[in-house]
Design a protein around this ligand. Structure first.
Ligand SMILES: [Zn+2]
Ligand SMILES: [Zn+2]
Ligand SMILES: [Zn+2]
Length: 125
């Protein structure tokens, strides 16, 4: 199994799934179509994609690292607590926070990290 086709398969899977998946879960769903795939290759591929910014990761409550597909533009994740669906949220509201932090706390914002939790359209209906 060549690295490039594994890379493509991992990206395609994460693009379709739109939720955080562990390396083991990714391995399990690609194994059917790629019998020669090794779990270590999936880990290496995910590390590579993370350096590129194509995926981002977070640590689940279980301690496992999970990965999700990301577009190039700066954004945040709105995560459905029912089904795990991840939506990308743009960051326009941050300018308001920046001003408030400076005014109220005399705090100069350099970086930020936010995640939103709630229920997606499908899980609310
Ligand atoms: Zn993202
Ligand atoms: Zn949902
Ligand atoms: Zn932001």
């Amino acid at each position: 199994m060549y690295a490039t086709s594994t890379r493509r398969a991992v990206v395609e899977l994460l693009k379709i799934e739109r939720r955080y998946l562990s390396a083991a879960a990714i391995f399990a769903s690609l194994k059917g179509s790629q019998p020669k795939l090794a779990l270590s290759t999936v880990y290496r591929t995910l590390e590579f994609l993370q350096r590129l910014g194509t995926v981002s990761s977070r640590t689940e409550a279980s301690g496992e690292t999970a990965y999700v597909y990301c577009t190039d533009d700066h954004h945040h994740h709105a995560i459905c607590t029912v089904c795990g669906h991840v939506d990308e949220v743009d960051c326009d509201a941050m300018e308001g926070f920046r001003g408030a932090l400076l005014r109220n706390q005399s705090f100069a914002l350099d970086e930020h990290a936010i995640e939103f939790y709630g229920r997606c359209a499908r899980c609310r209906s």
